[in-house]
Design a protein. Structure first.
Length: 149
C-alpha cells in the first residue's frame, strides 16, 4: 500500500541538523494522517507521498519549511516578580493573548527573567530520515477528526 491522502502512516525517524547532530532521536514512532491535516510539515508530507511500507526516506527542510525562522520579537525580558517563586530556566509559561503562545524561560538574572516564544528548533535547517513502517486506510472517524486514533 502506498502513502496517499486519507491514509494513516507510521514512521520510524530521526531528525538532525545540517551538520548531522541529532536533535530528535525519534524514540517513539511518528503516526500521522496523510493528506494536509497538519500532522506533518507540508514539504515532508509531499516527499512521503507514494512511498510504501519499508521505504526509506531522507528529507532536508529549510528552517522556514520546518519550525520557522528565529524571531527576536518573541524574546522579552520580564520582571522576576511577574513569575511564581519556583520559576527556573527551562520552565514553560503561557502568555495570554490572541495566540496563547508558550514561552520558555531561558535565563534568570537577579530581578530579570528572559522568556522566548520561539520553538526550540526555530531557525534550524533540519534533516528528517527514517523508514515507513506502516500504511493503512484511515477510518471515517479519523478522517472526520483529522488525526489518527
Amino acid at each position: 500500500m502506498q502513502i496517499s491522502r486519507n491514509h494513516v502512516v507510521t514512521l520510524n525517524y530521526q531528525v538532525t541538523n545540517r551538520e548531522g547532530e541529532v536533535v530528535d532521536t525519534g524514540s517513539e514512532p511518528l503516526v500521522y494522517l496523510h493528506g494536509g491535516y497538519g500532522g506533518l510539515f507540508d514539504a515532508l508530507e509531499m516527499a512521503l507521498q507514494g512511498k510504501g511500507e519499508g521505504d526509506a526516506f531522507r528529507v532536508e527542510l529549510s528552517a522556514e519549511e520546518a519550525f520557522g525562522e528565529y524571531d527576536e520579537a518573541l524574546v522579552s525580558i520580564e520582571s522576576r516578580d511577574a513569575f511564581p517563586p519556583n520559576i527556573h530556566v527551562g520552565t514553560q509559561v503561557e502568555a495570554e493573548g490572541d495566540d496563547d503562545l508558550l514561552f520558555t524561560v531561558t535565563s534568570i538574572d537577579g530581578d530579570r527573567v528572559v522568556i522566548d516564544g520561539n520553538h526550540p528548533l526555530a531557525g534550524l535547517d533540519l534533516v528528517f530520515s527514517g523508514t515507513v513502517v506502516g500504511v493503512r486506510p484511515a477510518s471515517s472517524r479519523e478522517i472526520t477528526r483529522g488525526e489518527p486514533d
